[in-house]
Design a binder for this molecule. Structure first.
Ligand code: SAM
Ligand code: SF4
Ligand code: SF4
Length: 337
């Protein structure tokens, strides 16, 4: 059985991101543009989603293959009913060292306590601007920023820590508000991470001109709040870390476009309908749900996953500029960030 084997570029399998739904109550312009994900869009029916039992079984198998870190994502994971029950099933699994979740924060004020009680260890909240008008325009459903801030506060009060705040920086949309975000979360224990806008999927109309490069993000924040670099917490950390020179915490910058990190990419992704993807930019998944529902044993499923991993040679971000034809890529809302 090809357990714990590295992929073709020598990368081990260490992290798994699990999307629990393809639905979301936001329509962020860079992820689920309204024109595409409108009333007519066909989201997956419930029977197509992996059940919590199926997810937990796969998690045990993935841990046997070397996975130590799981992130629950979506779509918006908190719109999946009883997602805290899934957390409660996963948290005690032996060998799982880190269990976290990424959310848009809209339902967090109501759900933070249940998530914590279920055993969630920490949390990332996406929040693109503190400016209410900018935030409402980016989520495109007129959702007020105050309610996300309430959610973050509730999570902090309840002791879900550390909390990270993820900010996608898009040219002409929120770049003028990033210093406020860095300032607001200083001295709070919350780490803000600024992320370059990526060409995930095919529906967001991505253009290189819309990317605010990491160097520019750094210069903008450094000019207002002087920064100095910090060592990575661990090898392969995707965010570059910086600390405020006068104390008061740190920020991160994720340069997925301008400084790709495929060489250290140890992440697999599972869509809510049980497709395994080996890259955020993959065009095709591998159907684990069919295997699960065909009566395959854990060993057989583990072997199938191992075969997919050892054949993996993905490094899209490193080669995007040399591709003559854009591949048909899976949507971010299907496989999570
Ligand atoms: N709905 C949840 C949320 O927004 O946190 C979880 C799923 S969302 C797809 C995961 C992350 O992907 C979010 O932090 C989001 O900002 C990020 N994301 C989505 N589209 C992106 C893009 N085109 N470029 C960079 N990050 C993106
Ligand atoms: Fe929804 Fe998250 Fe995508 Fe925004 S980034 S549309 S919150 S899935
Ligand atoms: Fe990993 Fe693919 Fe992103 Fe490269 S492009 S870092 S291989 S997910």
């Amino acid at each position: 059985m090809p357990t714990r084997a590295n992929d073709l570029l020598g990368r081990r399998l260490h992290d798994l991101r699990i999307s629990v739904t393809d639905r979301c109550n936001f329509r962020c312009t860079y992820c689920m543009p309204k024109e595409v994900f409108g009333r007519e869009f066909h989201f997956l029916p419930a029977v197509e989603l992996l059940s919590f039992e199926e997810i937990a079984r796969l998690v045990r198998i993935f841990i046997g293959l070397g996975v130590e870190k799981i992130r629950i994502t979506g779509g918006e994971p908190l719109v999946r009913r009883d997602v805290d029950k899934l957390i409660a099933m996963l948290a005690p699994i032996e060998g799982l060292k880190d269990l976290t979740l990424t959310t848009n924060g809209s339902l967090l004020a109501a759900k933070a306590a249940a998530l914590k009680a279920a055993g969630l260890q920490r949390l990332s909240v996406s929040l693109d601007s503190l400016d209410d008008a900018v935030f409402r325009a980016m989520n495109d459903v007129d959702f007020p920023v105050a309610r996300v801030l309430d959610g973050i506060e509730a999570a902090q009060r309840i002791g879900l820590a550390p909390i990270k705040v993820n900010v996608v920086v898009k040219r002409g949309a929120n770049e003028h508000t990033i210093v406020d975000l860095a300032r607001r979360f200083r001295d709070t224990g919350i780490i803000v991470r600024f992320i370059e806008y990526m060409d995930v999927g095919t529906t967001n109309g991505w253009r290189l001109d819309d990317v605010v490069p990491a160097t520019e993000i750094f210069t903008t924040i450094d000019a207002a709040l002087p920064l100095e670099p910090l060592e990575p917490n661990y090898s392969g950390e995707v965010a570059r870390r910086y600390r405020f020179r006068d104390g008061g915490g740190e920020i991160g910058i994720i340069a997925s476009v301008t400084q790709p990190f495929c060489g250290d990419c140890t992440r697999a992704r599972l869509s809510s309908d049980g497709q395994l993807f080996t890259c955020l930019f993959a065009s095709k998944g591998h159907d684990l749900r069919a295997l699960l529902r065909s009566g395959a044993s854990d060993a057989e499923i583990g072997q199938a996953i191992g075969r997919v991993w050892v054949a993996r040679d993905d490094r899209y971000s490193e080669i995007r500029t040399s591709l003559t034809k854009a591949p048909h890529k899976v949507e971010m809302s299907r496989i999570g960030g």
